[in-house]
Design a protein around this ligand. Structure first.
Ligand SMILES: Cc1cc2nc3c(=O)[nH]c(=O)nc-3n(C[C@H](O)[C@H](O)[C@H](O)COP(=O)(O)OP(=O)(O)OC[C@H]3O[C@@H](n4cnc5c(N)ncnc54)[C@H](O)[C@@H]3O)c2cc1C
Length: 314
């Protein structure tokens, strides 16, 4: 039987740039449109919903998924690397409009040149109306995954991210109830990257521009100070898993999360921490919070969104 992409349990569609806005030196906001986006959505708040984007290959061509079936992923991987285009992970910053006029908003971090550049960042830096990418995104009404923010019954929140996690934190903040309480720490490359951000009154947002200072130092110290502690270990770890992904329900290191001992009667029992960004920064905070302060690993999500010097695998 021949299938078509619109029968898959996820959206696998070509979408077109309809608007580009340079938000600051490091952020470019791109709005995508396509009648296919009418089916994009989740049954509940989007929070930090992640999606995949496939950028055109060197010849400017995108793969075709017109008759894709459940084996689309293997079929795509079978295409020689130079031809299939590069796939990277991004966050749904917002969805505007509805039906066939739905627009998917993605905020791209513009980063580096030469070794520090990559297909995703480069594409975002030069995005123009009319250009096209493929997206793999949740189809409304079908379970997709990709939302990690899950504070349960926690009374206070701690959200920490570098520039790549700013879109996710911003989207989470806009989904929170007005009664939410907590603190947010966002590290960005320069002071002009500090964006206006709506948040509940009880959630204080701290922007920490690096302005040339080493990555992670200020944010590591600020988070520990917020928790009433002095930094003891290094802000960045050097023995880092580039695929670091440790949440209350999943461990990239293979830890049996269900069997992990619960820390009860702890001063941070009411806290839920969500931390994402460059993997060595996230690992440094993981050690400080879980090993140093003894925060229950069931109350934290530590996500390596990217790794300095390492191109993300498709
Ligand atoms: C769940 C999730 C959500 C994400 N959401 C977003 C988002 O909304 N917006 C966004 O911009 N990114 C987001 N990212 C991060 C993004 O996927 C990575 O930064 C990715 O590496 C970018 O791909 P690339 O092709 O530009 O670089 P790659 O080809 O992956 O890497 C090439 C080189 O660039 C370096 N590099 C990659 N990213 C950066 C960076 N930000 N700053 C400095 N150097 C870098 C690498 O270390 C490497 O040396 C998200 C990642 C995850 C896992």
């Amino acid at each position: 039987m021949t299938t078509t992409a619109d029968q898959l349990p996820l959206l696998l569609e070509e979408i077109e740039v309809v608007r580009v806005e340079k938000l600051s030196p490091s952020f470019v906001r791109v709005e995508f449109g396509s009648p296919a986006l009418a089916d994009l959505g989740v049954d509940g708040p989007l929070y930090d919903q992640r999606i995949k984007l496939i950028f055109p290959n060197a010849a400017g061509r995108l793969p075709s998924f017109e008759s894709a079936d459940d084996s689309w992923w293997e079929t795509w991987l079978d295409i020689p690397e130079g031809e299939r285009g590069a796939m990277r992970t991004y966050t749904v910053r917002a969805l505007h409009g509805s039906g066939a006029d739905t627009r998917l908003v993605v905020d791209f971090v513009v980063h580096g040149e030469g070794d520090a550049s990559g297909p995703g960042g480069d594409w975002g830096a030069h995005a123009a109306v009319g250009q096209r990418v493929m997206t793999m995104a949740p189809r409304r009404g079908v379970e997709f995954g990709g939302i990690e923010f899950d504070p349960g019954t926690a009374k206070r929140l701690l959200l920490v991210g570098d520039e790549t996690a700013v879109p996710a934190v911003a989207a989470i903040l806009e989904c929170l109830p007005a009664t939410a309480r907590g603190a947010v720490f966002l590290e960005v490359p320069v002071a002009d990257d500090v964006l206006t951000q709506r948040a509940p009154d009880g959630v204080k947002v701290h922007w920490l521009p690096r302005d040339g200072a080493p990555r992670a130092e200020a944010i590591h110290a600020a988070v520990l100070e917020h928790l009433g502690e002095e930094p003891t270990g290094p802000a960045v770890a050097d023995d880092v898993d580039p695929d670091l992904w440790e949440t209350p329900t999943y461990s990239s290191s293979g830890e049996d999360v269900g069997a992990a001992v619960r820390a009860v009667g702890h001063e941070f029992d009411d806290l839920y921490a969500w931390i994402a960004g460059e993997s060595s920064m996230v690992t440094g905070l993981r050690r400080a919070l879980v090993k140093g302060l003894g925060i229950d690993r069931h109350q934290v999500a530590f996500m390596g969104y990217w790794r300095l010097g390492v191109a993300m695998r498709s």
